[in-house]
Design a protein around this ligand. Structure first.
Ligand SMILES: *Cc1c(COP(=O)(O)O)cnc(C)c1O
Length: 394
């Protein structure tokens, strides 16, 4: 089923788009747990390999269940084409490596998910691709970092864990003026709250592990862009290096998409209430929440995002000791470095997700010893607030 006749709303797309049915007419998406495909004749195999007849060849290239997930994500994102990957990092590394070659230069926002930062800072230079990391909230920094060989801008928005927001449309103007491309890691906004392609970005990547699965089950990722970029830059890399998504995980993610709008809306509503509650507590030095008027980039959020966030960043007064005490006092909210789950999860970035950064790099990013990142789940919000209240008093 596809959304060609009229513009379906995201909630309808998330349930129906991309579905193809077998001759049994099953209601739910079929799970095609197969590596290969058989051909009616030797001639049919030849024609398929020549690209003269449609059909699947091998599940490293494409698979019907994975195909449904890609098509549904394309409609949700407003993208022409996509390739689903085994993890979010497989998506990020493929999107970056397929955008540049030796001798090119990349400018990236320094507030990046740890592994994304490793790809840019450590892996790419090994292959002769230089990178400059900047404070991405100030457009002048991007402009200043541009060199004659700058081919790629890379960013997350909102960022992890400080939920900074970068003006994608303004960055697109700089990128277009020098012929560079923009890759956006859109995990924190989800496909519902921010449309980087509409804002002028060229490639969007997700860790589907997060809100898209949303129930803590499997890893997955996806790269979305225009058909030409995927055909010319990603297609062969994808086939021959094999970051493919397993059909089982694609099936799980299709089921996740069905409830994505419902979950994200509820989690955002709860996160907003929790952010307001935390902002009023004496023992909390600072709350950063996209959606609150005191967010440093509130004006950009207003023009760029259709919703806030399911995550709240908080700074506990009293540093690491106080942050650990709060975490250890929680009963419902679990200590875990994951996010986007139905279960509320809290993490202390300085000692977990961002522990590999130098003290200076952490300070630059504003990741203090008392900082915690809370991913709000689907529990009753009053129970979550009571849990935080009790732990703050402990
Ligand atoms: C989790 C995450 C990734 C990596 O995704 P995996 O599925 O864990 O490989 C990349 N970027 C961001 C922003 C993330 O939160």
């Amino acid at each position: 089923m596809s959304n060609t006749d009229r513009k379906w709303k995201p909630q309808t797309v998330a349930v129906h788009s991309g579905t193809t049915r077998s001759s049994f007419g099953e209601t739910s998406e079929a799970l095609y747990l197969t590596q290969g495909y058989v051909y009616d004749s030797a001639e049919a195999a030849e024609a398929r390999f020549k690209g003269e007849a449609p059909g699947f060849i091998y599940s490293r290239y494409a698979n019907p269940t994975v195909d449904m997930f890609e098509k549904r994500m394309c409609e949700l994102e407003g993208a022409e084409d996509a390739r689903a990957t085994s993890s979010g990092m497989a998506a990020v590394s493929a999107a970056l490596l397929c955008s540049v070659k030796a001798g090119d230069h990349v400018v990236a926002a320094r507030a990046l998910f740890g592994s994304c930062r490793w790809v840019v800072e450590t892996l790419m230079p090994k292959y002769g691709i230089e990178a400059t990391l900047v404070d991405g909230t100030d457009m002048a920094n991007w402009q200043q970092a541009v060199r004659p060989n700058t081919k790629l801008f890379f960013l997350e928005s909102p960022t992890n864990p400080t939920l900074e927001v970068i003006d994608i449309a303004a960055l697109a103007e700089i990128a277009n003026s020098i012929g560079a491309r923009i890759v956006v890691d859109n995990v924190f906004s989800t496909p519902l709250y921010q449309k980087p392609l509409e804002l002028g970005a060229h490639v969007v990547v997700y860790s589907a592990t997060k809100h898209i699965d949303g129930q803590g089950r499997c890893l997955g990722g996806i790269i979305l862009s225009d058909k030409k970029w995927i055909d010319e830059n990603l297609h062969d890399y994808f086939r021959h290096t094999g970051p493919s998504l397993s059909p089982f995980n694609a099936w799980t993610l299709l089921k996740g998409l069905e409830t994505l709008p419902l979950r994200v809306r509820q989690q955002t509503e709860s996160a907003a209430r929790i952010a307001d509650f935390l902002a009023e507590q004496q023992s909390i030095a600072r709350v950063i929440y996209p959606g609150r008027a005191d967010h440093p980039q509130a004006d950009i959020i207003k023009k760029q995002m259709a919703g806030g966030s399911t995550l709240v960043c908080l700074e506990v007064a009293g540093g690491k000791e106080a942050a650990f005490r709060l975490q250890n006092g929680l009963k419902i909210i679990k200590i875990s470095n994951n996010l986007g789950d139905a279960k509320s999860l809290i993490t202390h970035p300085a000692t977990t997700t961002h522990k590999n950064l130098s003290n200076e790099a952490r300070a630059e990013l504003g990741i203090g010893a008392g900082m915690l990142r809370l991913s709000v789940g689907l529990e009753d919000v009053d129970d979550l607030i009571a849990d935080l209240d009790a732990a703050l008093g402990s």
